[in-house]
Ligand binder design. Structure first.
Ligand SMILES: Cc1cc2nc3c(=O)[nH]c(=O)nc-3n(C[C@H](O)[C@H](O)[C@H](O)COP(=O)(O)OP(=O)(O)OC[C@H]3O[C@@H](n4cnc5c(N)ncnc54)[C@H](O)[C@@H]3O)c2cc1C
Length: 420
């Protein structure tokens, strides 16, 4: 399989122990093959249908739950890998199967990452299982940061959370846009401003269950790609939740806000913390789409004959495939580096998380477009999957920070300047 084609690159020390390797260990290979089997046998055959239906593929989410791929235990097992590689490996395989269904399965992960990263142990214990539901009745979760006027510019967020001391509750008002699983999720993690004057540093993340009064799904978005994944606006109209349901707890939030008001450093912004941690995983999803497009067009180019010989016999086609393969491997290496850095506590000094997502997203778009070209007329039809992969790939240069914003983050990190 493609992901295993890395040769071992080991530098032996005096005691014969390798200090560096890019070879997956047996556990990682087993998980990769297991997810690949699901992607090949269950996800890919269903991909065209759910893309056309533009609906959440609940039966497939349930199949994933049955085998332990969808659920807290599965995610915890992937995350527990100290090398950090299991999570991107799983995502690459699943999204190789199909990105729309992949996102329907993995979209919950962003909300879970927020709860895991910023929640108290009690909040994790209570809310993370709720995000997934059960095998009999799977649920999904949503992470809602973007708003109609606050996409790249998170600091422009207008959704507010006011503390009501008389009832010891938070009252949320505002509108969220483009939320994956918005309105159909059992748990919504809502980013809202508690102090507008502090900009993004006045934001906090709130746990809003679907049964809370005042939360409602807005318009469902009709999309170019990723159509098996539900995307919607979410309206919050005097939505009340208990004071304890701010991620990290109210006491910690009050302390953080006090530090910021005194001009001291705080531990960061609510939405940005989640995005930074999830970027390599998102990059791995894009690598999966790119690989699907590459493998399909490579096989096609060997089969398809024009002028009496396979089209791969032409350098222009073969070189295109060579570039696709090289770029995919380069993107994967950046993803693995960032995943390893994130898991092993290395700081992203040069925005390595952003680099991985930026490169992988652009490679996926390039591979999708070139795959269509290699398939010619067939590539442009819905009878062949490459047009879907090209449509799906495009979102990877837009969500979780556009390519321009990733370049901005990298430029600021390497220069130390507030580049605009
Ligand atoms: C399918 C889908 C799923 C999504 N899921 C979620 C979700 O689950 N949760 C969530 O919170 N959001 C989600 N989003 C929203 C997504 O994160 C935003 O669309 C994205 O952040 C870009 O914001 P925007 O659309 O407002 O674009 P804008 O910010 O308006 O950007 C428009 C263009 O201007 C460029 N630009 C903006 N500012 C600068 C700058 N300073 N320098 C250079 N260029 C700049 C951008 O790069 C882009 O090319 C989703 C979106 C989609 C389409």
């Amino acid at each position: 399989m493609e992901a295993s084609t890395f040769d071992t690159m080991a530098a032996d020390t005096a005691d014969g122990q390798p200090t560096f390797t890019l070879e997956l260990n047996q556990d990682q290979k087993d998980i990769r093959d297991w997810v690949h089997g699901f992607a090949e046998g269950v996800v890919r055959p269903a991909a065209a249908e759910w893309d056309e239906r533009e609906e959440t593929p609940w039966p497939i989410i349930q199949e994933a739950a049955k085998i332990g791929l969808y659920g807290f235990e599965g995610l915890a097992q992937f995350f527990a890998d100290p090398t950090g590689l299991t999570l991107p490996v799983v995502n690459e395989e699943l999204f190789w199967g199909d990105a729309g269904i992949g996102m329907a399965i993995m979209g919950t992960g962003l909300a879970v990452a927020a709860i895991f990263g910023q929640g108290t142990p009690e909040q994790m214990g209570e809310w993370i299982p709720r995000c997934f539901g059960s095998v009999e009745e799977p649920k999904v979760a949503a992470f809602c940061s973007s708003e109609p006027d606050a996409g790249s510019d998170v600091s422009a967020m207008r959704t507010g959370a006011k503390y009501d001391a008389t009832t010891d509750e938070w009252v949320l008002n505002g509108q969220k846009a483009w939320a994956t699983n918005g309105g159909i999720a059992d748990v919504h993690v809502i980013i809202a401003s508690v102090d507008r004057e502090l900009g993004a540093r006045g934001h906090a993340a709130f746990l809003v269950p679907i049964e809370a009064a005042g939360i409602e799904q807005g318009a469902k978005v009709k999309k170019h790609g990723l159509r098996a994944s539900h995307t919607s606006d979410v309206h919050l109209d005097d939505c009340r939740i208990p004071a304890a349901d701010v991620l990290g707890g109210k006491e910690k939030l009050d302390e953080r806000l006090a530090r910021v008001r005194e001009g001291k450093k705080s531990s960061g912004q609510a939405a940005m913390q989640t995005f930074e941690a999830s970027r390599p995983t998102v990059g791995a999803q894009a690598v999966g789409i790119a690989r699907a497009a590459y493998e399909y067009s490579l096989a096609y180019a060997k089969e398809r004959k024009q002028f009496g010989r396979p089209i791969i016999d032409n350098q222009s086609i073969a070189f295109t495939l060579a570039d696709m393969k090289m770029e995919i491997d380069a993107a994967r290496l950046l993803v693995w580096r960032a995943a390893w850095m994130g898991r092993s506590g290395h700081r992203f000094e040069n925005a390595e998380g952003s680099m991985s997502k930026l490169k992988a997203g652009e490679v996926a778009v390039m591979c999708g477009e070139r795959a269509i070209q290699i398939l010619g007329g067939n590539g442009y039809t819905r009878e062949f999957p490459v047009e879907r992969w090209a449509r799906d790939a495009k979102i990877y240069t837009i969500f979780e920070g556009t390519s321009e914003i990733q370049r901005l983050v990298i430029a600021r990190a390497i220069s130390g300047l507030r580049i605009r």
